[in-house]
Design a protein around this ligand. Structure first.
Ligand code: NDP
Length: 506
C-alpha cells in the first residue's frame, strides 16, 4: 500500500515569549507559591512533532503532594470557606476572562506541548476552558438545599423544621490526562472551586505546561493561596500518592480505564469519594436514509479530531449496506487529504500523537489489525522521520473479535463495518463493548434516530452531529467508561455533600 500523507511544509516557530517562559525550570504551585520539588528533581517535556526537549518541569512526588494537600486543607478551612458565594463566583468568572485574554498564548503552549493544531486549540480547548469557568461561576451562588416536610413518626405531636444544606466535600485530588490538558484542568477545577472545595491537581507528565500557565492566571484572578495547588509528576509516584493520601476527601480522575481501577483501589482504604471519566470505543451509526455527505464529514471528524486521541472518538463506524461504500470511501478520501504537521504550523490540520509511547501503542494496533486480517483503505502506518505522526487510517474487513475492534486505540484509526437492517442485532453490536461513553446516529428521520439513540448504552448520543460539547451539558460514561458526570449542573454533585438539619420547634 502506498501512503501519501499530506505534509505541512511551513516552518513552526515557537513564540519568543513562550521560549523565554520555558527557558527556566517550570516550578509547581503549592500554597500560592511557585516552588521546586522537595527532591530537587525535574523531568523533561518533549515536542511531539520533533521529539526535542522543550522544557524542564519540577517533578512532584509524595512529599510535594503531602505539602499540597496540607495547604489545600488550610485554605479549605480558612479563606475559601469564609468567602461569600458571590465573591467566589466573581473570582471564578475572572479566571475565564483571563483565559480568553491569553487565548493566543495558551493555544500556542498547547500546540507545542500536546501537538494539536494551534487553531484547533484556540477554537476548541481554550474557548471551552474559558466557558467552563464562566458557566460554573454562576452556580457558585445557586447551590441550594431544600426545606423538607417530615412526618417524624417516632415523635407524635412534635413539630420540626427540616432542611438540607449542600456543602463542599473538602480537599479534592484531581488527576488529568494529556489529550486536552487545559480543558481537562478546566473541567476539573471549575466545578470544584464553584462548590467551595480546594484542590491538588496532578497534571499529565507529557503535557504539564498549559495547566502551569493556568495556575499563574488563577493566582492573578485572586484565588487565595492554597485553594489550587498544581503538582506535575508521574502517575506511579505523584498520582498514586494523591489518590491514597488520607487528607484527600475525594478523587476525580480522567484517563484510562486501567488506571481508573488503580485509583479506586488506592481510594478505597479511606473510602474516599471517587469520580471517573474513562475510556471509550464509541459506535457511530449511519442509517441508510442519512445524508451521505453530512455523515462522511461527521464520521471523519468523529474519529480524526485531536489525532483520534479522544475518549469519545467515534472509532467504530457502522454503515447500512446501501451507503457503506460511499460513506467509507468518502471518509478515506477526506482522511488522505488531512494535512499533517507540527501543531504550531498554521496550515497543519492534524498534529502528531502526544508521545513515543502513544505512537508505539497506536502503530502496534495497526500491526495487530493487519495480522488479524483487517485491510487499510487509507493510512495504515506511522510516518517515518522525526515526530510521532500516524497517517489517518480506515480499516475495513474487520471482525467483532479483532483487537482493533474491541480495544480503545486512542489514535487516528477507524474500523468500519456494514449492517443490513436497523434491528436488535445492530443495537447489540453497537452496545457490544465494555465502554459506554458516547455514540453517534446519522439519519434523515429524527424519530427513527431517536429510537436508536434511546437504546444505546452511552452517556452521550449525538444525532447528525458529533463532538458537540457544552459546559451546560453533562458528559460521562455508562459501564466501564466511568462514574459520575463532568460539566452541567450534574457535575456539582461530584463535589458536594448533603447535610440534613432538623430542628424541633414545638
Ligand atoms: P493514564 O490513564 O495512565 O494517565 C492519566 C493520568 O493518570 C495521568 O496524569 C497519569 O500520570 C496518571 N496516572 C497514571 N498511573 C497512575 C496511578 N497509578 N495513580 C494515579 N495516577 C496515575 O493514561 P496514559 O497516558 O497511560 O494513556 C493510556 C491509554 O489511556 C490511552 O491509550 C487511552 O486509551 C487512555 N486514555 C484515556 C483518556 C480519556 O480521556 N479517557 C485520556 C488519556 C488516555 P502520567 O501522565 O504521569 O502517566
Amino acid at each position: 500500500m502506498t501512503i501519501r500523507p499530506n505534509i505541512s511544509t511551513t516552518k513552526a516557530v515557537t513564540p519568543p515569549a513562550i521560549r523565554e517562559w520555558l527557558s527556566t525550570v517550570r516550578p509547581m504551585l503549592i500554597d500560592g507559591k511557585w516552588v521546586a520539588a522537595q527532591s530537587g528533581k525535574t523531568f523533561e517535556v518533549f515536542d511531539p512533532a520533533t521529539g526535542d526537549t522543550i522544557a524542564h518541569v519540577a517533578e512532584g512526588d509524595k512529599a510535594d503532594v503531602d505539602l499540597a494537600v496540607k495547604a489545600a486543607r488550610r485554605a479549605f478551612e480558612g479563606p475559601w470557606s469564609r468567602m461569600t458565594p458571590s465573591e467566589r463566583g466573581r473570582i471564578i468568572h475572572r479566571i475565564g476572562d483571563l483565559i480568553l485574554h491569553n487565548a493566543d498564548e495558551l493555544a500556542a503552549i498547547e500546540a507545542l506541548d500536546n501537538g494539536k493544531p494551534k487553531a484547533v486549540a484556540k477554537a476548541a480547548d481554550v474557548t471551552l476552558s474559558a466557558d467552563m469557568f464562566h458557566y460554573m461561576s454562576g452556580w457558585a451562588s445557586k447551590i441550594e438545599g431544600k426545606t423538607i416536610p417530615i412526618s417524624a413518626l417516632t415523635a407524635p405531636g412534635a413539630e420540626f423544621v427540616s432542611m438540607t444544606r449542600m456543602e463542599p466535600i473538602g480537599v479534592v485530588g484531581q488527576i488529568i490526562p494529556w489529550n486536552f490538558p487545559l480543558l481537562m484542568a478546566a473541567w476539573k477545577l471549575a466545578p470544584a472551586l464553584t462548590t467551595g472545595c480546594t484542590v491538588v491537581l496532578k497534571v499529565a507528565e507529557e503535557t504539564p505546561l498549559s495547566a502551569l500557565r493556568l495556575g499563574e492566571l488563577i493566582l492573578e484572578a485572586g484565588v487565595p493561596a492554597g485553594v489550587v495547588n498544581i503538582v506535575p509528576g508521574f502517575g506511579a509516584t505523584a498520582g498514586a500518592a494523591l489518590a491514597e493520601h488520607p487528607g484527600v476527601d475525594k478523587v476525580a480522575f480522567t484517563g484510562s480505564t486501567e488506571v481508573g481501577r488503580l485509583i479506586v483501589q488506592a481510594a478505597s482504604r479511606d473510602l474516599k469519594k471517587v469520580s471517573l471519566e474513562l475510556g471509550g470505543k464509541s459506535p457511530n451509526i449511519v442509517l441508510g436514509d442519512a445524508d451521505p455527505e453530512l455523515a462522511i464529514a461527521g464520521a471523519t471528524s468523529a474519529i480524526f479530531f485531536n489525532q483520534g486521541q479522544c475518549c469519545n472518538a467515534g472509532s467504530r463506524l457502522f454503515v447500512q449496506r446501501n451507503l457503506f461504500d460511499k460513506v467509507v470511501d468518502g471518509v478515506a478520501a477526506r482522511a488522505d487529504k488531512i494535512r499533517l504537521g507540527p501543531g504550531l504550523n498554521e496550515d497543519t490540520e492534524m498534529g502528531p500523537l502526544v508521545s513515543r509511547v502513544q505512537y508505539d501503542r497506536v502503530t502496534g494496533y495497526l500491526a495487530s489489525g493487519r495480522q488479524e486480517g483487517a485491510r487499510a483503505i487509507c493510512g495504515g502506518e506511522g510516518l517515518a522521520g522525526s515526530g510521532y505522526f500516524v497517517a489517518p487510517t480506515v480499516l475495513v474487513e474487520t471482525k467483532p473479535e479483532m483487537k482493533v475492534v474491541r480495544e480503545e486505540i486512542f489514535g487516528p484509526v477507524l474500523v468500519a463495518s456494514p449492517f443490513n437492517e436497523v434491528d436488535d442485532a445492530l443495537i447489540a453490536e453497537a452496545n457490544n463493548t465494555i465502554y459506554g461513553l458516547a455514540a453517534g446516529v446519522w439519519s434523515g428521520d429524527m424519530a427513527r434516530a431517536l429510537r436508536v439513540a434511546n437504546r444505546l448504552r452511552a452517556g452521550t448520543v449525538w444525532i447528525n452531529c458529533y463532538h458537540v460539547f457544552d459546559a451546560a451539558l453533562p458528559f460521562g460514561g455508562y459501564k466501564q467508561s466511568g462514574w459520575g458526570r463532568e460539566m452541567g449542573q450534574a457535575v456539582l454533585s461530584n463535589y458536594l455533600e448533603t447535610k440534613a438539619i432538623t430542628s424541633r420547634i414545638g
